[in-house]
Design a protein around this ligand. Sequence first.
Ligand SMILES: NC(=O)c1ccc[n+]([C@@H]2O[C@H](COP(=O)([O-])OP(=O)(O)OC[C@H]3O[C@@H](n4cnc5c(N)ncnc54)[C@H](O)[C@@H]3O)[C@@H](O)[C@H]2O)c1
Length: 271
Amino acid sequence: MVERRPRLESKVAIVTGAGSQGDGIGNGKATAILFAREGASVLLVDSVAERAEETLATITAEEGEASVFQADVTSADDCRRMADAAVERYGRLDILHNNVGMSMRATVVDVTEEQWDRIMTLNVKSMVLTSKYAIPRMIESGGGSIINISSTAGLRAHSSTPYTTSKAAVMGLTLSMAADHGGDNIRVNCIAPGLVSTPFVGPRMDEALRERRMRATPLGTEGTGWDVAWAAVYLASDEARWITGVVIPVDAGLTITSPVTYSPLAPQQQH
Ligand SMILES: NC(=O)c1ccc[n+]([C@@H]2O[C@H](COP(=O)([O-])OP(=O)(O)OC[C@H]3O[C@@H](n4cnc5c(N)ncnc54)[C@H](O)[C@@H]3O)[C@@H](O)[C@H]2O)c1
């Protein structure tokens, strides 16, 4: 029988936004938990330490290895200290999972300059800063994997121009970083989650909207943070050693359909 080894055995990972802003399991929290289950030592980075502490409690209860690092990923100084902390605590750095992001509904007419700058700073500049300080540490470790969390909102209009613009920028950043750092043995990939049910969107959803979001996809089922996290495990692992510069939608097929091709009729009524 072939022995199955944990996919991230002896790797060191940073997960930004490793807590959840509400009850339940968000993308960052699920990813941190799965990384630890797959054998990684995980630095749980969050601006709200108590949120990361909750993730830590789950990982510790499962006898995984992790610790909390409070940091604001829009601060260059915090990002430098974060990369240093991973190496000081665990001896190396192999994986950077850039999960922090925030949505905002507005048109270019409605949005204020301050709101625009805040979204671009939180969703894009933060990933530049975390990578700026993580990459030299990964090079010291022989290479690594960076995963940037975008959104299907970066692939199609979503009534949220600042968010869509920032998430499309995350895809561009991914491609460019992948080309720049392939020679350093650093892979850079992107996940575009679809209409996932997480605390990130929970407070803005009633049951009817939840149902509509589910039915908007070919699979017709609800996605969770775990679905996003499993894609991240794969991209972080050596199994993805030949994959860089890609954007993987985790969206139940949302981006391959449109309102025109999606039939609202029940299956027996379709022809
Ligand atoms: N849930 C969805 O439907 C969905 C869909 C597409 C993309 N996404 C993307 O997923 C990511 C977030 O997922 P989540 O479920 O983990 O969200 P979340 O908001 O529940 O958790 C993120 C964590 O990030 C922390 N955080 C916020 N600002 C920070 C900062 N400046 N520095 C450090 N930490 C900070 C928060 O305290 C929170 O604990 C975002 O990039 C979002 O755009 C979500």
